[in-house]
Design a protein around this ligand. Structure first.
Ligand code: PGA
Length: 247
C-alpha cells in the first residue's frame, strides 16, 4: 500500500513544517509499517518538508514538473531541480491541471518522461468527468490518458511509475466512487498494464477520508490512496495510513 497526501495550494511555510513534523514523529514510532507514505507539498515548501521528513521514511514529491530540462521557461521547475532538493516523486496530469490549466495528454506524457529521466517516480493521475462516466466512456478515457504516456515512454516505464485513478466528479466534492466502481476501473488498468503491472501501485483518489478509506482499500486492485483535503489534518491522514496498514 502507498498513501500519498496532495496538499495542493494550501497552507503556509509554518503549517507545512508543522504538518511534516507531526507526520515524522508518528512515523518514527511505526518503523515496521508495511505502508509507504508520500506527501506533495507546494513547491516553495519542499525544502523544509524534505528536511523535517528526512529520518521518517516518508517520500516527498512535487505537484507538477516542467517537461523541459532547463533554459528560458520562466516560472517552471525542472525534474532535476526537484530531485536536487530531495524530491523522489512528482504528480503528473492531475485533473485540476488538465481541466483548469488545459494540460493535454501529450504534455502529461512529456512531463512523465522528464520526471523519469531525472530519477523521479511519476504519479500519473487519470480519471473521467461525470459526463464521460454517464456516457459510458470511463474505461476509454482512462485508457487514453495512460496510453498517451505509454506511447512516449513505453508500457514498461508506465509500470515503473504510480497510477492514481481519480474520477473528476469525486475530487473535492465529498462524493467518492463506490468501492466497486473503483475496483472495476483499477482492474481494467491492471489488465492493460499486463504482467509488468502486477507490482505497480494503482491508487484511488477523490474524497477519500477516514470514514470511507477502509472499504476502498479492501478492494483487490486498490493499492492505496491519493488524498487531498483529508491529508491536510495530521490526525486524519495518520488514521488513513493506519487503515491501509490494517487492510
Ligand atoms: P480530495 O482530492 O481528496 O480533496 O478529493 C484528491 C486529489 O485531488 O488528489
Amino acid at each position: 500500500m502507498l498513501i500519498a497526501g496532495n496538499w495542493k495550494m494550501n497552507g503556509s511555510l509554518a503549517k507545512a513544517a508543522d504538518l511534516a513534523e507531526c507526520l515524522a514523529q508518528q512515523r518514527l514510532n511505526r518503523i515496521k509499517s508495511n505502508v509507504r507514505v508520500a506527501v506533495f507539498p507546494p513547491a516553495v515548501h519542499l525544502p523544509i518538508v524534505v528536511h523535517r521528513l528526512q529520518q521518517a521514511r516518508i517520500y516527498v514529491g512535487a505537484q507538477d514538473v516542467s517537461a523541459h530540462t532547463d533554459g528560458a521557461f520562466t516560472g517552471e521547475l525542472s525534474a532535476s531541480m526537484l530531485a536536487d532538493v530531495g524530491c523522489s516523486m512528482v504528480l503528473v496530469g492531475h485533473s485540476e491541471r488538465r481541466a483548469r490549466l488545459h494540460e493535454s495528454n501529450r504534455e502529461a506524457a512529456n512531463k512523465y518522461a522528464a520526471a523519469q529521466a531525472s530519477g523521479l517516480t511519476p504519479v500519473l493521475c487519470v480519471g473521467e468527468t461525470l459526463a464521460e462516466r454517464d456516457a459510458g466512456h470511463t474505461s476509454e478515457v482512462v485508457e487514453g490518458q495512460i496510453s498517451a504516456v505509454a506511447e512516449q515512454v513505453g508500457w514498461e516505464n508506465v509500470c515503473l511509475g504510480v497510477i492514481a485513478y481519480e474520477p473528476v466528479w469525486a475530487i473535492g466534492t465529498g462524493i467518492t466512487a463506490s468501492p466497486q466502481q473503483a475496483q472495476d476501473v483499477h482492474a481494467g488498468i491492471r489488465q492493460r498494464l499486463g504482467d509488468a503491472g502486477e507490482q505497480t501501485y494503482i491508487l484511488y483518489g477523490g474524497s477519500v477520508n477516514a470514514e470511507n478509506a477502509q472499504a476502498l482499500f479492501a478492494q483487490e486492485d486498490v493499492d492505496g490512496g491519493l488524498i487531498g483535503g483529508a491529508a491536510l489534518q495530521a490526525a486524519e491522514f495518520l488514521r488513513i495510513i493506519q487503515l491501509a496498514e490494517e487492510a
